[in-house]
Write a protein that binds this ligand. Structure first.
Ligand code: ACO
Length: 439
C-alpha cells in the first residue's frame, strides 16, 4: 500500500497522457485545483477568501499545519519567521560566490543549499548581537575599518563576518525536526532572494525589521526602502496566491527528491530549479519582456500574427489544468489595473496586456481553452514596486516554498519513492559495431 491511512483503494485507474497529464500520484489534503471551474482551494479555504482576509504567515501556517492558527500561534509563527530571516552565515557564504553575475534562480538555489549550515547568531531582533549590528545601509560606520581600495560595500559585509562571532548554539534555528527546517526554509528563501537583489546592485543585505510583516520585510530587504502599507498588502496577496498549486512541476520535483529520503533543503532546491523554466515560474519574467517588445496596444495584432506564424507560445497564457480563467489572474489583473492608473509607464504596459488578452482569448479561448495564467499580470504588479524584472521568478519561489514544504511533509509521512515508467519505443537487437568500423 502506498499510503497506510489511505481513504481510497490503490491502485487507481486513470488515463495518463504525455508529461504525466492526468496521472494521480498521491493523495493530498493540502490543496485543490478545479481547472474547469477555475477554483483554487487551500485546505478547504477559497483563494479569494484567503487573499481578502489572510496573510502570508497565516496561509503558510495553514498549509503546513492543516488549520488556521490561533492568535498566539500566529504571533509566535510570525516572530519565528521574522527571526529566521536573519541568516548571516548563509549570506556570508553566499557572498563568497559571484552572485551578481549568476542567474537569480541559480543563486537562490545555491543559497538554499547553503542555508543548511548552522547559524552562529541567534535571536537578536530587535537589538544588538554581541558583535557589531548589521545595519548595513549605514555604510559610513563600516568604512572606517575597511582598508583603502576595499570600499565595496559587499566586501565590507564579508569582512565583518570574518571577525570571530560568538558561537551561541541556537535553540531553535536548526533542528532535526523537519518542521523546523520548513520554517527555516520559508524565512530563509525570502531572505536569500532579497539579498541576491541587493548584492547585484553592490549593496549589503539587510536585516528584517521588527515591525514589518513577512511581505513587508521581504520588500524592505529587497529594495532597501520601507514599503508603503499598500505595497506591503499587495505583496502579501501575491505571496498568498502563489503559495500552492497542486502537483505542478516544481512541487512534483521537490516531492520526487524528498521521496528518496534526501534532505528537505535539497528537495526545495529541486523545486527552485524546476520553477525557473519559462514554461513554469520563469514565465512571469518572459511576460514583461514580451509586453515591452510589443510596446503598445496598437502593435498587438501584428505581434500576435507573427507569434502564430513562428509557432511561439504566448507567455502568461495557457495551463495544464485550468481550462477556464485562472482565479489567480482574476485577482492579479484588477490589482495590476489599479496600480497602472497611477503610473504612466505601467499604464501602457497594462493596456498592451489587455489588448493581448483580448487577442489571445478571441483566437484560442473557445478552441483551445487558453486564458491568462497567474504569470500574466504579476510582473506588472512587481514592476510597480520597482523590482527588476529578472527577479520576478524569485518572488514566486519565496511564496511557493511554503507549498513545497507542506506537500513534502505530507508525502513523506507515508512515503513511497516516485518511480513511474517510460514507454520504450526504441529499437531492439542492434549489433554492436566496434569504433574503428563505424563510418
Ligand atoms: N500560447 C499559444 N498557444 C498555447 C499556449 C500559449 N501560451 N498554451 C497552450 N497553447 C495551445 C497549444 O499550442 C496546444 O495547441 P495544439 O492543440 O494545437 O497543440 C493547446 O493550446 C493545448 O496546450 P498544451 O501545449 O497541450 O498545454 P500543456 O498543458 O502541455 O502546457 C503550458 C501548459 C506549458 C503552461 C503552456 O500553456 C505554455 O507553454 N504556456 C506559456 C508559458 C507559461 O505561461 N507558463 C506559465 C504557466 S503557469 C505556471 O507554471 C505558474
Amino acid at each position: 500500500e502506498p499510503n497506510m491511512t489511505s481513504s481510497v483503494d490503490w491502485p487507481i485507474n486513470c488515463t495518463v497522457g504525455p508529461g504525466l497529464e492526468g496521472a494521480i500520484a498521491c493523495e493530498t489534503q493540502i490543496g485543490y485545483v478545479n481547472g474547469a471551474k477555475g477554483w483554487l482551494i487551500y485546505r478547504g479555504y477559497d483563494i479569494f477568501d484567503l487573499c481578502a482576509h489572510s496573510s502570508f504567515e497565516e496561509t503558510s501556517f495553514l498549509l503546513l499545519h492543516g488549520k488556521l492558527p490561533t492568535a498566539t500561534e500566529l504571533e509566535t509563527f510570525s516572530k519565528t519567521l521574522r527571526r529566521r530571516m536573519f541568516i548571516p552565515k548563509t549570506q556570508r557564504l553566499l557572498l563568497s560566490f559571484p552572485v551578481e553575475s549568476m542567474n537569480p534562480m541559480a543563486a537562490l538555489r545555491l543559497g538554499t543549499n547553503l542555508m543548511r549550515q548552522k547559524q552562529t547568531y541567534q535571536d537578536h531582533l530587535p537589538g544588538t548581537p554581541a558583535e557589531a549590528p548589521l545595519h548595513s545601509d549605514d555604510d559610513s560606520i563600516a568604512m572606517e575599518t575597511v582598508p583603502e581600495g576595499k570600499k565595496n560595500p559587499v566586501f565590507q559585509f564579508l569582512t565583518r563576518f570574518f571577525r570571530p562571532v560568538p558561537t551561541v548554539e541556537p535553540t531553535d534555528l536548526v533542528s532535526s525536526d523537519e518542521t523546523e527546517s520548513c520554517y527555516n526554509l520559508i524565512a530563509g528563501v525570502a531572505s536569500v532572494a532579497a539579498a541576491i537583489g541587493r548584492v547585484r546592485e553592490g549593496r549589503i543585505p539587510l536585516e528584517p525589521l521588527p515591525d514589518l510583516s513577512f511581505a513587508g520585510n521581504y520588500l524592505y530587504m529587497l529594495t532597501g526602502r520601507r514599503p508603503t502599507p499598500l505595497e506591503e498588502r499587495i505583496m502579501d496577496i501575491c505571496l498568498i496566491l502563489h503559495a500552492d498549486h497542486g502537483m505542478n512541476a516544481s512541487t512534483f520535483a521537490s516531492m520526487v527528491v524528498a521521496s528518496t529520503l534526501s534532505d528537505i533543503y535539497l528537495a526545495i532546491g529541486a523545486g527552485i530549479s524546476a520553477l525557473s523554466g519559462p514554461l513554469h515560474g520563469g514565465a512571469n519574467v518572459e511576460v514583461v519582456n514580451m509586453l515591452e517588445r510589443i510596446g503598445k496596444p496598437s502593435s498587438v495584432k501584428k505581434w500576435y500574427r507573427t507569434a502564430v506564424e513562428q509557432k511561439r507560445k504566448v507567455m502568461g497564457f495557457g495551463h495544464r489544468v485550468y481550462k477556464a480563467y485562472d482565479p489567480r489572474a482574476r485577482i492579479l489583473g484588477p490589482l495590476a489595473g489599479m496600480l497602472a492608473t497611477e503610473n504612466p509607464e505601467l499604464k501602457t504596459m497594462y493596456q498592451t496586456a489587455l489588448a493581448l488578452e483580448q487577442e489571445v482569448i478571441s483566437h484560442l479561448g473557445a478552441s483551445k481553452k487558453v486564458f491568462p495564467n497567474v504569470d500574466f499580470f504579476s510582473g506588472i504588479v512587481y514592476r510597480s514596486m520597482g523590482i527588476p524584472s529578472d527577479l520576478y521568478t524569485t518572488i514566486f519561489a519565496v511564496s511557493r516554498v511554503s507549498g513545497w514544504c507542506a506537500r513534502v511533509m505530507e508525502y513523506i509521512e507515508n512515503n513511497r519513492i516516485f518511480r513511474p515508467r517510460a514507454l520504450y519505443t526504441g529499437r531492439f537487437d542492434e549489433k554492436y559495431t566496434p569504433l574503428q568500423d563505424r563510418s
